[in-house]
Design a protein around this ligand. Sequence first.
Ligand code: FES
Length: 63
Amino acid sequence: MNHERMKNEPGLVCTCNDLYRESIEIEAAEGCEDSEEIMYAHATFFRCGECKPIIDKIITDVA
Ligand code: FES
């Protein structure tokens, strides 16, 4: 996770894969149930994994 990039781009959640809050919220609303599914939807995977709790929280908040 690149904390400097996150500070400069408030909507950026996963700096390893360039995933933004808005797209995660849309995917959660469309039925993605956990952060693994979000990664799958973007055809990628966790690299450092630091964003996992943030993504899980976004999904919980949307549900
Ligand atoms: S920030 Fe590293 S995997 Fe998401």
